[in-house]
Design a protein around this ligand. Structure first.
Ligand SMILES: [Zn+2]
Length: 270
């Protein structure tokens, strides 16, 4: 599943193709992905100029000069193909610009989404209204976490995956950040001291920034006609490394809670 850094890299790749361009074709090739695609999407986009692209949590944002914003989510398997040689079965939405560039949203499992709203309504959008701060913003700090955790009994890992606490964090980067900060994923969030929360915030920003930087260096591959959207930081500290040796010499373990794996080191995460 693409996480925040992969979405950020996708947005950067699309920006280099779409920003400032006029849309001559906006073609949904089916009525729905995870949710219905708005019936007026084609009409609202055709003829519009793309003013800028952005990201909120794991959603990509494409703003037009009609004060609209198209919102996309990559779901489990979504990726954009740039200037595809031919349109494939799972290319569910196609955008073409006046200068002849084509981008296709490919999503074979169809857990992704496409929507369009008035850009003034963005903060009130159903998936954004209750969402916590962006992890790379200044608003995300130890004080914000302490306040959000106050009186809560959930373990730290579940709290970090809660989009109302912090936006856009998924399983991989949460496992990695908790390891970097030396925090046991099962510990009660509200019991973590302020200095340790500071370390955690730094670790979260660091794992995300490193992954985005790694993604940026692969942008050229991403923009290739059949470029695949992959994970860029492959050398995880604990994620997917059950039984491997941690940097401390102990063994990385995996536990499963409600179907979701947590990888951690029992020695350096307490
Ligand atoms: Zn360790």
């Amino acid at each position: 599943m693409p996480e925040l850094p992969e979405v950020e890299t996708t947005v950067s790749g699309l920006r280099s193709v779409l920003e400032g361009e006029v849309i001559v074709r906006a073609e949904p090739r089916r009525a729905d992905l995870r949710w219905p695609i708005p019936a007026d999407l084609r009409q609202r986009l055709t003829g519009a100029r793309i003013e800028m692209l952005g990201r909120r949590a794991k959603y990509g944002l494409i703003y037009t000069d009609r004060q609209d914003v198209m919102i996309f989510h990559l779901g489990m398997s979504g990726r954009w193909r740039i200037d595809p040689v031919e349109i494939e079965k799972h290319d569910h939405f196609i955008l073409e610009t006046a200068n002849g560039r084509v981008v296709a949203l490919n999503d074979h499992r169809r857990f992704g989404s496409l929507d369009i709203i008035d850009s003034a309504q963005l903060d009130a959008y159903r998936f954004f209204a209750k969402m916590g701060p962006e992890p790379l913003s200044d608003a995300f700090d130890a004080s914000a976490l302490q306040k959000a955790f106050h009186g809560r009994k959930a373990p730290i890992k579940a709290m970090l995956l809660n989009q109302n606490i912090v936006a856009g964090l998924g399983n991989i980067y949460v496992c990695e950040a908790l390891h970097m900060a030396g925090i046991d994923p099962t510990v009660t969030a509200s019991s973590i001291s302020k200095p340790r929360l500071r370390r955690l915030v730094i670790a979260i920003k660091e794992v995300l920034t490193a992954a985005i930087a790694a993604g940026g260096s692969t942008l050229r591959d991403f923009a290739a006609p059949d470029g695949e959207l992959g994970y860029f930081a492959k050398e995880w500290r604990v994620y997917g490394r059950e039984g491997d040796e941690c940097i401390c010499g102990a063994t990385v373990v995996r536990r499963v809670d409600s179907g979701r794996s947590t990888f951690y080191c029992p020695k350096c995460q307490r």
